[in-house]
Design a protein around this ligand. Structure first.
Ligand code: GMZ
Ligand code: MG
Ligand code: ZN
Length: 194
């Protein structure tokens, strides 16, 4: 960490393990294409869990599919506003996200330039590759936490362990490294893994 006055800046090019965090259904409730800040609801155990992961030396990187942009449900700016809201809510618990990696694309969308087949829509590993390029990640010690099997598949494609939080909304990936029902349990698995 470099101290400039009283703010600390994360030094990006220092390789560290990362926790790749799905957004909807993991950090915030997945009401379906969440895009209004009033609908951004952190799960109650997320802030403390992120703090424990940060204390363990992990970078915290969000990787999220936001096909609502390609589908014309909302603008990309609405996604950024939601991320500012997540940051605001986490700040109250003195914890931060290092960066957000967003896939706004969907081939069946109706809104250019987003309605394309891309390399970053999970389960493809493009968002993790973007994150690695920017931060340099020790992949064999990293994890992805998701609520969909496609999040776990994304981790598999990038060679990292996946922990699925079953919120009762999506099918399970029985081969996930961990299958839990809360963020706190996912953190517990990570902190006790070798
Ligand atoms: O869980 P992450 O990746 O953070 O974000 C998922 C959301 O973008 C949305 O992903 C959509 O899937 P499709 O993109 O329409 O297949 C639907 O499942 C929505 O209910 C969900 O809110
Ligand atoms: Mg999700
Ligand atoms: Zn994409």
């Amino acid at each position: 960490m470099i101290a400039y006055g009283y703010t600390f800046m994360e030094v990006k090019n220092v390789s560290k393990p990362a926790i790749f965090l799905d957004r909807d259904g993991v950090l915030i409730e997945d009401f379906g294409y969440v895009h209004r800040i009033e609908d951004v609801k952190l799960f109650p155990d997320v802030a403390e869990g992120l703090k424990a992961l940060r204390a363990e030396g992990f970078r915290l990187l969000v990787v999220t599919n936001q096909s609502g942009v390609a589908r014309g449900y909302f603008e990309i700016d609405a996604v950024h506003r939601c991320h500012d809201e997540i940051d605001r809510q986490l700040q109250a618990h003195d914890v931060t996200i290092d960066s957000y990696f967003i896939c706004p694309h969907h081939p069946k969308g109706n809104t250019a330039p987003w309605n394309v087949t891309c390399s970053c829509r999970k389960p493809k590993p493009g968002l993790l590759e973007q994150a690695n390029k920017e931060f340099g990640t020790v992949m064999d010690k990293s994890f992805i936490i998701g609520d969909k099997a496609s999040d776990i598949e994304c981790g598999r494609a990038a060679g990292i362990r996946g922990i699925q939080i079953d919120r009762g909304q999506y099918p399970k990936d029985e081969k996930a490294f961990g299958l839990v029902t809360s963020f706190a349990e996912a953190v517990e698995i990570i902190l006790t893994a070798t």
